[in-house]
Write a protein that binds this ligand. Structure first.
Ligand SMILES: Cc1cc2nc3c(=O)[nH]c(=O)nc-3n(C[C@H](O)[C@H](O)[C@H](O)COP(=O)(O)OP(=O)(O)OC[C@H]3O[C@@H](n4cnc5c(N)ncnc54)[C@H](O)[C@@H]3O)c2cc1C
Length: 265
């Protein structure tokens, strides 16, 4: 982390009263990352799949996909379903071992500048966290979290949006809110159980041949993937593209982003 002399455009105004530090963290374009993963896995993504049963003795998983019953002969099972891991683990006879920490995120869109920032006050948690995305219609979206989202759980949309407006008016008063549209997005962070506190590390749980992954942060996903690959190699398993036979699944679509799913007010 280092202090910057020239603030980014969104904060470059005489009204800005603070200091700007640049963090050594990458900013990911999640929809593009989704597209890339889809391209790399084309033909091998079976979705939506309903898993019915695991037969650990026969090392078989049974499920249903588009009306077809499927059987998977497995050597190892890898669960990487975020919040879905708990139910999958229970279906496989394991304790869920998962915690959910809820947030009530707020989104706003309009003629906004690009900005990725934590606004820090005296607390260790950011008062407001802003990430921004350019939208196809030329508007910019701000995704607002931090203390606003932590303390807004369970509030009505109207109250939470009012809180967001007040936080923006206080912290970035030069932002013109007249043309902005708003929406709330309640969401859970899913992690390995850690007495309700954020785990310090990404998690790989190993239960025999079943691996469960909770990266804790998306930024830790590559590190966790390395751990997983090592565990699989240590088990003597090598990639075998022919294992899928001539099966090829039809293309799947990228999941919609939160801002593509909400009704704006
Ligand atoms: C509001 C918010 C802000 C965040 N900000 C950051 C940040 O700034 N930086 C950072 O590094 N991390 C951040 N994180 C954490 C990050 O999002 C997660 O660590 C990361 O998404 C976990 O990736 P994952 O693939 O394990 O799980 P997910 O991203 O949750 O993906 C799991 C997928 O599995 C699917 N699924 C669930 N159940 C099943 C099932 N039974 N069968 C098939 N599919 C299933 C789900 O639909 C989902 O698509 C944030 C999280 C939240 C909630």
């Amino acid at each position: 982390m280092h202090r910057v002399d020239r603030p980014p455009e969104a904060l470059d105004t005489p009204d800005f009263d603070g200091q700007v530090y640049r963090l050594d963290e990458p900013v990911l374009d999640v929809p593009r990352l989704q597209q890339l993963l889809l391209r790399q896995t084309a033909g091998r993504v079976i979705a939506p799949l309903r898993l019915d049963a695991l037969d650990n003795t026969a090392r078989q998983l049974h499920g249903e996909w588009r009306g077809r019953m499927l059987r998977f002969d497995f050597e190892q099972v890898i669960l990487a379903a975020g919040k879905g891991n708990g139910a999958l683990r229970e279906m496989l006879g394991l304790a869920a071992n998962m915690q959910l920490r809820p947030l009530n995120m707020v989104m706003t869109r309009g003629p906004l500048p690009a900005l990725h920032a934590h606004c820090l006050g005296v607390s260790a948690n950011p008062r407001l966290t802003i990430t921004s995305y350019p939208l196809a219609d030329g508007e910019t979206l701000w995704y607002l979290g931090g203390q606003l989202a932590e303390e807004g759980v369970g509030l009505s949309d109207a109250t939470q949006i009012e809180n967001a407006r007040e936080a923006l008016a206080e912290l970035l008063p030069w932002i013109d809110q007249k043309a902005l549209r708003w929406a709330c997005w309640p969401v859970d962070r899913a992690e390995v159980a850690n007495q309700g506190r954020r785990p310090d590390h990404p998690t790989l749980l190993r239960d025999g041949d079943i691996h469960t992954l909770w990266p804790t942060k998306l930024a830790f996903a590559p590190l966790l993937a390395d751990h997983l690959l090592r565990a699989i190699r240590d088990a003597g398993i090598q990639p075998r593209p022919e294992a899928a036979g001539d099966f090829s699944a039809p293309p799947t679509a990228r999941a919609a982003t939160p801002w593509e799913r909400v009704t704006w007010c």
